[in-house]
Design a protein around this ligand. Sequence first.
Ligand code: THU
Length: 162
Amino acid sequence: MKKRINIDYVQYDSPQEMPQADRELLLKAVEAAEKAYAPYSRFQVGAALRLDNGVVVCANNQENAAYPSGLCAERIAVFSAAANYPGHAIESIAITAKSQQEIDHPIAPCGACRQSIIEYEHRFRKPIRIILRGSSGPIMVIENMRSLLPFQFDSDELAVTR
Ligand code: THU
């Protein structure tokens, strides 16, 4: 039997069309991207997430001369949030990037970051909204990380209690 998975998302043509809270979060991600340490790729990623207590945690990619030792902005953001505010669910995360050329389309998180983010969706049993934008162009809002990572591996497979 052939089956299909559909992904629902909302597209905005400009930040002005977005709800204010999302627009502010995206702006924080843009500011974070400016501070990225990306001397090797020159691809600067910024992430800003909002917790259920209203706190915003920002991060950016941190590269390393030993390339694999660096880490993506999204994972630094969720790990930093979990390290500093362990009891709080993530409600939304905005992700953006800038490079030497203009990026006029949304930048989606890499597979490892999707896996890391979905852990917190499971942990707090609450969807994490994903807000994506390049350095210009449309904004994409996906209602949960599950949509971006179908058939995900999670702790249910391990039969352990969280
Ligand atoms: N990067 C991120 O920060 N997030 C992603 O989802 C994909 C890639 C970073 C890693 C590296 O510093 C640079 O972008 C180029 O891959």
